[in-house]
Ligand binder design. Structure first.
Ligand code: SAM
Length: 259
């Protein structure tokens, strides 16, 4: 047994525990061995979309009762799940992709569990924010994660303007139909030379990272007929002393097939 097997990290899924299980962003090879074990051992899996998680579990030959827990029913489900765990069930909470609670449901469940003295255990794995930051080429020792940029222009612009003097990198999620507007706002509000990175379709077939001064990234994006896929926008600090050159680069696609 190694260090990782000691304490709550090892052994069979414990009774009366809620596990927060990260799942792949796209490439199914990113599921962890521990996630598979826990998903196979719990008595119930709570998920955003039962069909989607059902497909994931089926792929790994896991058969479990599923219950939905999404933005529209989480308040009610939180109490129910926490009480079931308090009564001795072991429950896994997953989201559609990545780490639960990170711009995804689950916070209320965790709160309700903690209030009832239920143990909450992380089963870490992929998250688009961390994956994007890691390949962004922007300073990563100090960063802020701000979830989704506001969908309305005025609020989005205010969020971007607030980074005028930012001394760390900032990570946002953004929808494909707004990414161009978000990058255009970044250029207008923070200046042509502000360094950014856009990570698209991470771990999937069309994975790509655009990096460089916002003016050149905007030019590259604007040249496309449409913006497709899932995007993370990373805006570098106002004063990026580590930066050199101004080339926009594209990452090679991953070797493994996307799910
Ligand atoms: N909980 C998830 C996580 O840990 O990354 C994020 C869920 S949030 C509802 C979904 C957003 O994450 C997408 O709109 C996109 O901005 C980002 N995202 C998810 N998967 C991605 C991927 N494969 N590549 C790039 N961005 C992704």
């Amino acid at each position: 047994m190694n260090d990782l097997d000691a304490g709550q990290s090892g052994g069979a899924a414990a009774a009366g525990v809620i596990y927060l299980v990260a799942t792949p962003l796209g490439n199914l090879e990113d599921i962890t061995l521990r996630a598979l074990r826990i998903l196979g051992e719990v008595s119930l899996v709570a998920c955003e979309d039962t069909r989607r998680t059902g497909r994931l579990l089926k792929h790994f030959q896991i058969s479990k009762p599923l219950v939905s827990c999404h933005d529209h029913n989480e308040a009610r489900r939180a109490t129910e799940l926490a009480e079931r765990a308090a009564a001795g069930e072991s429950i896994a909470l997953v989201s559609d992709a990545g780490t639960p609670l990170i711009a995804d449901p689950g916070f209320r469940v965790v709160r309700a569990a903690i209030e009832r003295g239920v143990r909450v255990v992380p089963v870490p794995g992929p998250s688009a924010a961390v994956a994007a930051l890691s390949v962004s080429g922007l300073p990563s020792h100090d960063f802020a994660f701000k979830g989704f940029l506001p969908s309305k222009s005025a609020k989005r612009r205010a969020a971007i303007r607030s980074l005028e003097r930012s001394d760390s990198s900032t990570v946002f999620y953004e929808a494909p139909h707004r990414i161009l507007a978000a990058v255009a706002d970044t250029r207008e509000l923070l200046g042509d030379s502000r360094r950014i990175a856009i990570a698209r379709e991470l771990t999937k077939l069309h994975e790509e990272v655009l990096r460089g001064p916002v003016a050149s990234v905007l030019e590259a994006l604007s040249a496309r007929p449409s913006q497709k896929g899932e995007f993370v926008l990373v805006i570098g600090p106002a004063d990026d002393r580590a930066a050199s050159g101004s080339r926009s680069t594209t990452a090679a696609p991953p070797a493994a097939p996307a799910a």
